[in-house]
Structure formats: structure tokens, C-alpha cells
Design a protein around this ligand. Sequence first.
Ligand SMILES: [Zn+2]
Length: 160
Amino acid sequence: MVTTATIEEKKIWSILETVTDPEVPVLTVTDLGIIRDVKINDEEIEVVITPTYTGCPAMDMIAANIKMELLSNGYSKIKITSVLSPAWTTDWMSEEGKRKLKQYGIAPPDKRFSIPKDGVECPQCHSSNTKLVSEFGSTACKALYQCNDCKEPFDYFKCH
Ligand SMILES: [Zn+2]
């Protein structure tokens, strides 16, 4: 985050707050914490993003959505730069983002980076008596779990 943001930068951040993740439409790119920086070089706007998941196909779509949103707000020269290091961690996701994810029925990522075999909290009944069904859920970025108590399957947002 930029602390000495100019009015223009603040405006761009507020536009970015409206760009959502194509996979989880309740989450914005700022909820995900993937926007590393916004730079204004003369007329050109540069948005620096860090992918949540290497090889995640949604990232190309997110970059395109950011571009489109800025274009429709009157910006014409936009550059999206991907920075892979330091790698995105779930700590960058906002608390609000985690809460929205849960409401959407997806278990938010926890601090462990690997895919937990069990113990992920069920978004339906909040039981942690759950088990991993598949490391690949509805998309490559999610793992599929099932709750042993309410028997509901659910996605876990898997991020590296
Ligand atoms: Zn459950």
C-alpha cells in the first residue's frame, strides 16, 4: 500500500476496489490483496499485481478486467505488471475478504500454505470435522472438501 498516495492514485485504488475475481465474484482484487502498487508515469497508469496462484487461469482475466475498468473510467494508457516475488500469501487477503469468502460458501485459506488433509472449517455448519476429497475442486485454485457432520461438500480457496 502507498501511504503518500496522490489524489489520482487514490482514485485508481477506488476503481480497483470494484474489480472482482471472476472465480469468486464476491471478492474484489483489493480484498484478495493482489494489488502491490499503482504507479503513474506521466500519462501511463501502471498496476502491479501478484498472482494468488501460479498458473491460475483467472489471473489473465483479472488483469483484463482491471484494464477494462480503468479504460471505462477514462484512462487510456494502462500497463499491468505481474510481480511473482515476494509470493502472495493468504496474509495479504483482507479480513473482509475472508469473511465474504466464507459467506459465499468457500472456506477461506488458513495460514498453512499446503492443502490441509483435514481440519478445515466447514462454511455451512462450522464443524472442523472435515476431510479432503480432491486437491482440485471446481477450478485449479480450489480444493474440494467434505464435511463429516453436515455431509456438504465445499471448496477451499487454495493459494500459494
Ligand atoms: Zn458442515
